[in-house]
Every structure is written in C-alpha cells, then in structure tokens.
Design a protein around this ligand. Structure first.
Ligand code: TYM
Length: 327
C-alpha cells in the first residue's frame, strides 16, 4: 500500500500566511514521496454559523489557494469533504468509540466555546475532533502535516484508531502528526499571545493570502511590537519574534542573520522591509491564484472527489464489516 498523507483546511475565513507557513507549504514536500490527499473541510466549517453563499465561495477560494501554492492535482487528490459521504459515515461510527472524557480534554473546544458558554455551544463543535479523526483514518494516512494547534486533534485520531483496532481487530493505520519546526505557530499581529487566525474578528490580527499590497503594508505598520527598539530574537519579545519568524520564512534567512542585518537599526526599517518581502511573495502568489477559473477548479474538485471516494468506499466496507453491518 502507498504511504499516504492527509490534511485539510476549513473554509471559515480568508486563508492567512499562518495557514500557508504552518500547513500548506509543508504539504508540498510530500507530494512526490507520498500519495497525498488534501481536503477543503466544509463540514468542519459549519460547526460555527456560516453564510451559505460565502461558504460556497470560500470553498472554491481555498481549492484555488491549494493550486496556487503548488499542489498538483495530477499527483495529489484535492477535493471537498462534503462530496465524499464516507467522512460523515465514519464519524458516526467513531462517535461510538470516542468518549466524553476524550472530547472534554480538547483545548480548542474550550477556547471556542468560552465566548458564549459551553451550554450554548453546538454539538457539532464539540464533536468536531471525531469528524477530523474520520477524515484522517478513512485514508489510512500515516502522516498528517498540520500546525501546532491541531496536534491534539491528531492525537485523538491516534487514540480512536488504537481503540477501534483493539475492539474490532486491525483496521486503521495509526497516524502521526507532522509539524515542521519552521511551521511554528504564527501569532496574531495584534496580539502575540494568540495564533494568527483566519476567523479573528480584527483584520489587524492576520495577513490574508489574498490581501492587497496596501493592506499588507498597513497591517505590518500597525503590528504590535515589544518595548525597546533593537531587533532581537528572544522569548522576552514575543511580538518581534513573531515578525522575525515571518521575515525568516519568506526571506529564507535565519533569525540570527536577520538580527545582524538590523543591528543598530530600528523597528521602522525592519517593518518596511518585512512588508515588502511579504508583498513580493503575495504578488507572485496572487498571480497564480488568478490564473484559475472557478469552472476549472470545480472540475478538479470533482475529479479529486472521485479519486478520494475510491479509497474511502473501500475503507468503509471494511469498517462496516468489522462492526457487524450487513454489506
Ligand atoms: P484550520 O482550518 O484552522 O487551519 C488549517 C491549517 O493551518 C494551520 N494553522 C496555523 N499554523 C501556524 N500558525 C498559525 N497561526 C496557524 N493557523 C492555522 C493549522 O494547524 C492547520 O494545519 N481542524 C483543522 C482542519 C482539519 C484537518 C483534518 C487537518 C479537518 N480535518 C484532518 C488535518 C487533518 C482546522 O481547523 O484547521
């Protein structure tokens, strides 16, 4: 069996450079060695309210971003989660294996339900990690390249796979999270204690991959910095450290070299240069993005779903047999 990887992104906002650095960029490295399956997880997106028209538009937008990033549909399957019904089917079966105590540990649910209180949080939001486990286990993915914030969810997929295998016999491959060191958590530009988040209420939290040059310059100019004026890469200066990490990713220079480049210079110069580095990357990126038409992308997604379905259907047959369903 080919070694497989699986990953996905929710169409719940405009994708940020955090999503690119933490996830998509790392996917590219796997395309040749692994059979890669990349999903736009719209069923995850609706665990918080979405405007249907916007969801529809964003789903295609994310697929275009995958393509513009260099995911090659000839090598990898790119598809939309809701077009392969087996995701929901397996999630239901895994619901009977998951325990309330497993889900109570999930920090993302705690964070997301904090605002309006646990009692009014949706059941889908609570159950979200089980659907994510289904996504991964359905494809026998060995590796799951994600940003740091998703590691706990991949760990849950491991737990459920092991428990299912124990109860019903060897069925699922035990997946491993893959987090690249350079895929460290990119922090919010307005608050380095939080991650850069496409669902953030303030546009000053993130740089979107589809932001225009003026917005990027404005956002970086406004980004919070720490006290002092030197460009130093240190834990004590989390806001600056985050900006240096972003610089380092796009300029391919190490944080130490960046410190040296700006010795004796102030935040102003550093921020101006950083903005231009990001603008230059986004210019090329958006050119590729704009070269795809919606029709072309919808066709690629349809073909991707067909490829994914071949794997998913086979796996579901095996799972159904194991739990005693009539095939
Ligand atoms: P999502 O849509 O929130 O984020 C997509 C990917 O981007 C990474 N990421 C970040 N990395 C670094 N810094 C940041 N500020 C940052 N923000 C986001 C995330 O870690 C993720 O890898 N539950 C998932 C989607 C999902 C999935 C899956 C992923 C559903 N099923 C199966 C892998 C496998 C999510 O909400 O990611």
């Amino acid at each position: 069996m080919a070694k497989r990887i699986f990953s996905g992104i929710k169409p719940s906002g405009s994708l940020t450079i955090g999503n690119y650095i933490g996830a998509i960029r790392n996917w590219l490295d796997f395309q040749d060695e692994y059979e890669a399956v990349f999903c736009v997880v719209d069923m995850h997106a609706i665990t918080v309210p979405q405007d249907p028209k916007t969801l529809n538009k964003r789903t295609i937008e994310i697929a275009k971003i995958y393509l513009a990033s260099g995911i090659d549909p000839k090598k990898s399957a790119i598809f939309v989660q809701s077009q392969v019904a087996e995701h929901a089917e397996l999630a239901w079966i895994l619901n009977t294996v998951a325990r309330v105590s497993d889900l109570d540990k999930m920090t993302q649910f705690k964070d997301k339900s904090q605002k309006n209180g646990r009692e009014s949080a949706g059941v889908g939001l609570y159950d979200y990690p089980v659907l994510m486990a289904a996504d991964i286990l359905l494809y026998d993915a060995e590796k799951v390249p994600v940003g740091e914030d998703q590691v706990q969810h991949v760990e849950l997929a491991r737990t459920l796979a092991k428990r299912f295998n124990n109860n019903f016999g060897e069925t699922f491959v035990i997946p491993e999270p893959f987090v690249k060191k350079s895929g460290m958590r990119i922090r919010g530009l307005d608050d380095p204690t939080k991650k850069m988040d496409k669902s953030s209420s303030s546009e000053y939290n993130y740089i979107a991959l589809l932001d225009d040059a003026e917005s990027v310059r404005r956002k970086i100019k406004k980004a919070v910095t720490d006290s002092g004026s030197e460009i130093i890469y240190s834990e004590e200066k989390p806001a600056l450290k985050n900006l240096i990490n972003i610089h380092s990713f796009f300029s391919e220079k190490s944080p130490k070299d960046i410190e040296k480049m700006y010795a004796g210079k102030g935040y102003g110069e550093f921020k101006n240069d950083l903005a231009e580095i990001v603008v230059s990357f986004l210019k090329d990126f958006q050119q590729k993005y704009n070269s795809y038409s919606d029709e072309e992308v919808i066709k690629i997604l349809k073909e991707g779903a067909e490829k994914a379905r071949l794997i998913a259907e086979k796996k579901m047959q095996e799972v159904k047999k194991k739990v005693g369903f009539i095939i």
